[in-house]
Ligand binder design. Structure first.
Ligand SMILES: Cc1cc2nc3c(=O)[nH]c(=O)nc-3n(C[C@H](O)[C@H](O)[C@H](O)COP(=O)(O)OP(=O)(O)OC[C@H]3O[C@@H](n4cnc5c(N)ncnc54)[C@H](O)[C@@H]3O)c2cc1C
Length: 488
């Protein structure tokens, strides 16, 4: 027996960064709002088993790695006792932090008078959703607008069944309370590489198995190659052009993985203790029962209006975040949330925010960050450009910082400038603070600033950010000499 318990202006399904932003903004705007999430803890993939967990463990593992390099500290007059790791304590602290942040989400929603339901939402009619809790149906919620922010889930690989014991997802890997001696990862994308760094820093022997000839397909080729050398110098092994065929556990509780070398077309054996499958993510729609109202997954891919975040079949249903086409990033989910709410308030289209140039960060150590065009994109689009590159080893601020042992690849900032109009087209950085250096580059690229604009700005001294200006100046100098370094 089901009852309508309440009628809302806006119902938000899913409470990750997208759903949270949509629910709070909707309520702040005076709309009667509810939010439903199937997880006990709010915050979605981002908070519970994604960015927050990976960044926390990355930071912790980096410090653990740094503390192993005691001679670095001794050179500066600091003597340390040997560092010891207790992963159970590390995991307990992480769990506590995630729970605390989940409570912050909850209290913020309550501050804004958003009603929060715990359960799985499934469509009954285009305006009605049933909320199932602990397998029991009961609540029907009706809303004028329904924002679908149900996020994403991992893509599975045929022949490599995830048992969350020896073959694991990224979620499970981030909750392991021990350090596997041999940790292999299928997939050399951002998530795979970040988790590789965590376990490498903690002491696992880490192997990345990647079917393409290079890691991180969306990265500038020079940056990708430098990143690979950097991680190799830290001990991570790369098997490129290599495909996982199958994985089987043997009697000795070891995982035997059959790999195919794509170049020689020969299979070979690989052993490890844990294999993480990280070959991408896909929109999560299966619990929502979209077929009940005549929708298919394809509608969420192809038929979403970018101005209003509306489905063309049902304009009152607005998908946002990972469930939509494009990069799976928290900031995209938040931007789309604002657009969805603005479109409800203005009852139509809204000014679009610029999401053409999302900032990207790989939180290894040093970090790798980029925004805008890669060199290969400029070449294939026949856009003439020139480069300016500044090395941090020549930056005064960099030379006052704690030295890093992992300097196999010198950190740099590369600025790509359009030859015709001197517009900043792309910026690519390797530096421990690359994520904090990126916003100025993002502003330049997104707002269409020129190299002249950037060079007019005063930068603090000494600061790492001065290298951005220096690289831009180098790129301009190259522009004055178009025969040097210009590629048409
Ligand atoms: C390891 C890892 C690291 C990452 N690092 C970064 C990073 O550094 N920066 C970044 O920007 N992004 C990062 N991401 C991606 C980021 O987590 C996602 O882009 C972001 O969480 C998407 O937000 P969302 O609101 O669309 O969905 P989600 O955060 O996935 O939230 C969706 C919520 O909806 C719930 N739900 C699903 N179906 C239903 C239903 N039918 N009823 C009720 N509830 C439902 C889910 O349980 C979930 O709680 C990372 C992801 C992973 C896996």
């Amino acid at each position: 027996m089901t009852d309508i318990v309440a009628v809302y202006d806006v119902l938000v399904v899913g409470c990750g960064p997208g759903g949270f932003a949509a629910a709070t903004q909707s309520s702040q705007a005076g709309l009667h709002t509810a939010c439903v999430d199937q997880r006990a803890s709010l915050g979605g993939t981002y908070l519970v088993d994604g960015a927050v967990a990976s960044k926390t463990l990355l930071d912790e593992s980096y410090f653990y790695r740094l503390l192993q390099q005691r001679e670095l500290f001794e050179q500066r007059g600091v003597r340390l006792p040997p560092a010891r790791l207790n992963m159970q304590v590390a995991q307990a602290a992480l769990k506590q932090n995630i729970e605390r942040l989940g409570k912050v989400y909850k209290s913020e929603l309550s501050k804004y008078n958003v009603t929060v339901y715990n359960g799985t939402a499934a469509f009954k009619t285009p305006h009605r959703v049933e909320i199932v809790q602990h397998g029991e149906s009961g609540l029907i919620v009706e809303a004028k607008y329904i924002i679908v922010a149900t996020g994403s889930t991992i893509i599975q690989c045929p022949g490599v069944a995830i048992d969350e014991a020896m073959v694991v997802s990224s979620s499970k890997a981030l909750s392991l309370d021990y350090v596997p001696p041999r940790f292999s990862i299928m997939g050399g994308g951002t998530i795979g590489l970040e988790i590789a760094c965590i376990f490498n820093n903690f002491g696992s022997r880490v192997t990345i198995i990647e079917s393409q000839s290079e890691i991180c397909q969306n990265m500038d080729a020079e940056l990708a190659s430098a990143t690979k050398r950097l991680l190799q110098s830290q001990g991570i092994v790369f098997l490129l052009d290599t495909r996982v065929q199958c994985a089987e556990r043997d009697a000795a509780a070891q995982l035997n993985v059959t790999l195919l070398d794509k170049r020689s077309k020969k299979n070979f054996a690989h052993q490890c203790d844990v294999l993480m499958v990280s070959i991408g993510r896909r929109p999560l729609l299966e619990h929502l029962n979209i077929s009940m109202i005549g929708l298919s997954e394809q509608d969420f891919v192809e038929n979403v209006d970018e101005q209003t975040q509306s489905l063309s079949k049902f304009p009152h249903i607005k998908p946002i975040g990972d469930v939509t086409l494009g990069p799976m990033l928290a900031l995209k989910a938040e931007q789309q949330a604002s657009r969805a709410i603005q479109s409800i308030l203005s009852a139509g289209s809204v000014e679009t925010s610029n999401f053409n140039f999302p900032p990207n960060v790989l939180y290894c150590q040093p970090q790798v960050a980029w925004v805008g065009y890669t060199e290969q994109q400029l070449v294939s689009s026949h856009i003439p450009y020139q480069t300016g590159k500044a090395f941090f080893s020549q930056n005064i601020r960099y030379n006052t910082l704690m030295p890093q042992k992992d300097t196999a690849v010198p950190g740099f900032i590369k600025v790509l400038v359009g030859s015709r109009d001197l517009k900043i087209l792309g910026v690519h950085i390797i530096n421990s603070d690359a994520n904090e250096l990126l916003p100025q580059a993002s502003m330049a690229v997104s707002l269409g600033l020129t190299a002249h604009d950037v060079c007019k700005v005063a930068f603090p001294h000494p600061s790492l950010s001065e290298s951005f200006k220096q690289a831009t100046q180098f790129a301009m100098a190259t522009a004055a000499l178009p025969s040097i370094n210009v590629r048409e």
